[in-house]
Design a protein around this ligand. Structure first.
Ligand SMILES: [Zn+2]
Length: 337
């Protein structure tokens, strides 16, 4: 009997050593500790033991049962621990991974920013077709028939009289034809010119033009409107100047410069060391334009202005090459997000 006890003890040790799963653990319990298990069988045979040995064998059997129970608990604990380790650890306090979110293209955003300033000043927004006639793109805008802008060099002609608009000014004509003054509107849109693509010019670009027509619109109104815009768009401390210029559709005409916000007037590559940046063209609407749309130039006055969106965005974000804006390289676009 004692021999058998030590044999089962070795068996218990070996079996316990090989437990690697819940099933192994259950099998161990069934084999040794269950009501019909090997240890219970030994207890049942205690009856056969001569009385003088009973006490000793009984103690040995109790020790064997404790031994098996201890081993069972120990292996069970180890099994639970190792399963915990296998389960991936989730740290709920970690910050989440950011999902990539798209954003508005730099051109659209610049247009929206310009629009929001003028809308607050009481301007509405008007749009028109990109495919235009010579009449709307040139003739009504007081371009003499021999004006160089009409040349094939600058304009994409689709047919003799159909072209891709070279500026957003035709929208001003369409607006005046369809509405009675007063008019206060801005016209954002895409334009096309047949130019060699370089760092500074592209065959497609965007403009925002503005028009204000009423009975007593003066050059002072033009200046105060554009200065208010420039100070809001480029910063409150922006200095400005107006230089005389020439456009067929305005008289007098001017170009507006602002103090270079990159070098604060000290001179840099972008302002070509002048300390000034040209931001837009403007002027009082030429009486010939009013006549073309059936307005009375004796009764009405107005101002108009226009700026290039890409140039504006390039200045504002210090983008060195216009081509970067249209190449849609995600690395570039992400930086402007
Ligand atoms: Zn500068």
């Amino acid at each position: 009997m004692l021999e058998e006890i030590s044999k089962i003890k070795r068996e218990i040790e070996n079996t316990a050593r090989n437990i690697s799963s819940r099933e192994d653990l259950d099998a161990f319990r069934v084999t040794f500790l269950a009501r019909k298990g090997k240890i219970a069988n030994l207890f049942a045979r205690l009856r056969e033991i001569p009385p003088e040995q009973k006490r000793d064998v009984g103690q040995q059997l109790n020790a064997l049962r404790s031994f098996a129970e201890e081993l069972f608990k120990e292996r069970e604990k180890q099994l639970v621990e190792s399963q915990k380790r296998k389960t991936p650890f989730l740290d709920y306090t970690l910050p989440g991974r950011e999902l990539p979110i798209g954003h508005t293209h730099i051109v659209s955003r610049t247009i929206a920013d310009i629009q929001s300033i003028f809308v607050r000043m009481g301007f509405s927004i008007a749009t028109g077709p990109e495919l235009e006639s010579d009449y709307y793109n040139f003739e009504t805008l007081n371009f003499p028939s021999d004006h160089p802008a009409r040349d094939m060099q600058d304009t994409f002609f689709i047919k003799d009289d159909v072209l891709l608009r070279t500026h957003t000014s035709p929208v001003q004509i369409r607006l005046m034809e369809s509405r009675k003054p007063p008019i206060r509107a801005i016209m954002p849109g895409r334009c096309y010119r047949n130019e060699v693509i370089s760092a500074r010019s592209h065959v497609q670009f965007h403009q925002v033009e503005g028009l204000s027509v009423d009975t007593h619109v003066t050059f002072t109104d033009l200046k105060s409107t554009l200065v208010a815009f420039a100070r809001e768009f480029y910063g409150k401390s922006t200095a400005y100047r107006f230089r005389p210029s020439y456009f067929p559709f305005t008289e007098p005409s001017a170009e507006m410069d602002i103090s270079c916000f990159l070098c604060h007037g000290n001179g840099c590559r972008v302002c070509k060391n002048t300390g000034w940046l040209e931001i837009l063209g403007c002027g009082m609407v030429d009486p010939n334009v009013f006549k073309a749309v059936g307005y009375d130039p004796e009764e009405l006055t107005g101002f108009a202005f226009g700026m290039g969106i890409e140039r504006t965005a390039m200045l504002r974000h210090n983008i060195p090459d216009i081509r970067l804006i249209f190449e849609n390289d995600a690395r570039m676009l992400r930086q402007l997000g």
